[in-house]
Design a protein around this ligand. Structure first.
Ligand code: PLP
Length: 282
C-alpha cells in the first residue's frame, strides 16, 4: 500500500512518524473515515466539515486546505487502486517534547492510508443483520469530537464478540448513546427514534444524510434518547456509519428485534442512502 505522510507518498513500510508524536503519546489527534464506492468518495464535504470542527474544538490548525485534502484523497484512491474501500485520514497535533501542555509551535502530522473492501456496499451482514449487546458507556464526555481515543470502544467491541455478538450498544443512565463505531436507531410505532446531537455522541455524517432522506420520504423521525427497554421491544433497530452505511440490527442482548429479520425501514433507508450517495459521490 501507498501511505501519505505530511505531503509525501511512501510505500507503507517506509512511512515514518516520530515516537514523540502527540497522537501516539496522548491520543491528541482526530480522524475521518470516508467510503469509496466505484472509485468515488462518498460525502466528502461532510467529512471535511466535521474534520474542521473536530480540529477547531481542540484548538488545532487545519494543516492544509479542504481542496488539498480532497486532492490527497483522490490521489490515494488512484495510487492504491481502490474501487470499493475506505480512506482513513488522521491529523495529530504534531511531535514535540512530551508535556501535557498544548505546545504553541507544533507542526501537525497528517497521515492517510486506504483499505480495500471489495463489495463494501453489498456485505452479507446487510442481509442477515447484526447482533448487539448492551454495555456501559465508559468513554470520555466529548464524543462529538472524532478523536483517536478509541480504547474503550475497542474493549466494548471485543467484549461483544466474546459474548457472541457483532457489536455493542453503549448505555448511559439507562439510555443508548450509540454503537462502538456507529449511530444507533430504533423504530417504534413506525417512527424512527435516534438520540439527538450533543456531546454524548458523534455527529455521524451518515446519520445526517439518512435522517434527511427519511424526512424527504415522509418517514417520521424523533431525535431523543431511548431506553434499553424501548430498544428491546422495538419493531426494528439499525445503525449507520460511513463504512457500514445503514445496517439492520436483528438481536439485542440475545433477544430478537421484531421478527428477528432486517426490517423494512432499515432496508429502504439503506437502498435510498446508497443510491443517493453514489449519485453525489465525487
Ligand atoms: N459513532 C461513533 C462512535 C463512530 O465512531 C462513528 C464512525 O466511526 C459513527 C458514530 C458514525 O459516524 P459516520 O456516519 O460519520 O461514519
Amino acid at each position: 500500500r501507498i501511505v501519505h505522510v505530511n505531503g509525501e507518498y511512501f510505500p507503507e513500510d517506509q512511512a515514518r512518524v516520530s515516537v514523540f508524536d502527540r497522537g501516539f503519546l496522548f491520543a491528541d489527534a482526530v480522524y475521518e473515515v470516508t467510503s469509496v464506492l466505484d472509485g468515488k468518495l462518498i460525502d466528502f464535504p461532510g467529512h471535511a466539515a466535521r474534520l474542521a470542527r473536530s480540529l477547531a474544538e481542540l484548538d488545532m490548525d487545519m494543516p492544509v486546505t479542504e481542496e488539498e485534502i480532497l486532492s490527497i484523497h483522490r490521489e490515494m484512491v488512484t495510487r492504491n487502486d481502490i474501487t470499493d474501500g475506505l480512506v482513513y485520514l488522521q491529523v495529530t497535533r504534531g511531535a514535540v517534547d512530551r508535556d501535557f501542555l498544548f505546545p504553541e509551535d507544533a507542526q501537525p502530522t497528517i497521515v492517510l492510508f486506504t483499505q480495500a473492501k471489495p463489495g463494501l456496499a453489498d456485505s452479507p451482514a446487510a442481509r442477515t443483520g447484526l447482533k448487539v449487546v448492551t454495555l456501559p458507556d465508559r468513554r470520555w464526555g466529548r464524543r462529538d469530537i472524532k478523536t483517536v481515543q478509541l480504547l474503550y470502544p475497542s474493549m466494548a467491541k471485543t467484549e461483544a464478540k466474546r459474548q457472541g455478538a457483532d457489536d455493542a450498544w453503549l448505555v448511559e443512565d439507562g439510555h443508548v448513546t450509540e454503537g462502538t463505531s456507529n449511530n444507533a436507531y430504533i423504530v417504534r410505532n413506525g417512527t424512527i427514534v435516534t438520540r439527538q446531537l450533543g456531546e454524548e455522541i458523534l455527529h455521524g455524517i451518515t446519520r445526517r444524510a439518512v435522517l434527511a432522506f427519511a424526512r424527504e420520504a415522509q418517514m417520521k423521525v424523533e431525535e431523543r434518547p431511548f431506553t434499553v427497554e424501548e430498544a428491546r421491544s422495538a419493531e426494528e433497530a439499525f445503525v449507520t456509519s460511513a463504512s457500514a452505511f445503514v445496517m439492520p440490527v436483528v438481536e439485542i442482548d440475545g433477544r430478537p428485534v421484531g421478527d428477528g429479520q432486517p426490517g423494512p425501514v432499515a432496508r429502504r433507508l439503506r437502498e435510498i442512502y446508497l443510491e443517493e450517495s453514489r449519485k453525489a459521490a465525487i
